[in-house]
Design a protein around this ligand. Structure first.
Ligand code: HEM
Length: 143
């Protein structure tokens, strides 16, 4: 299916995003280091809280890709910087898992485009998380 929004960054349907988000967070839940971070933030596994999280994340992507501007109006940077369980070293793992899932679930051009967008957003979030609690002049803690 194609999107009708000519301003979108690339061609993807909301249903494709939903499939990607469901597959990705199923893997996140099972992941040895990332799973527990989400389990602490989202109370019940596979319960209504996870569905609410997935709905919010799907809206985030529709907004970020430009197929539905205004679908999401949160502040992910603030959420990740405020969560002491989120460490800079986790971003490469998250992004690799996201790319791998996108390649399995989406068409190749969609997977490439959404993974590149995630890399860009993830890199700036990683920077924000690295700056958290940074003592002026001291070397950053990158783990
Ligand atoms: C180190 C890697 C990451 C970890 C451990 C992580 C973990 C989390 C956790 C625990 C939450 C809160 C869940 C909730 O209560 O709903 C969250 C929310 C969120 N994450 Fe991440 N995340 C990571 C990377 C990313 C990246 C790279 C993106 C985007 C490309 C992203 C997008 C979001 C969004 C949009 C939310 C919802 C924020 C809101 O409440 O409005 N995350 N993340």
């Amino acid at each position: 299916m194609t999107t009708s929004n000519p301003l979108a960054k690339f061609d993807i349907a909301p249903e494709d995003i939903d499939r990607l988000v469901a597959a990705f967070y199923a893997r996140i839940r099972a992941h040895p280091t990332l799973g527990p971070v989400f389990a602490r933030a989202i109370a019940a596994e596979d319960g209504p809280e996870w569905r609410a999280h997935e709905r919010k994340i799907a809206a985030f992507w529709r907004n970020a890709i430009g197929i539905e501007r205004g679908a999401y109006d949160g502040n992910p940077m603030r959420v990740h910087v405020a969560n002491p369980d989120v460490h800079p070293g986790m971003f490469s793992t998250w992004l690799a898992l996201f790319r791998e899932t996108a390649e399995e679930v989406l068409a190749p051009h969609q997977a490439r485009a959404i993974a590149a967008l995630a890399d860009k957003i993830g890199e700036s979030m990683r920077y924000g998380v690295t700056q958290r609690g940074q003592v002026k002049g001291a070397p950053p803690v990158l783990r």
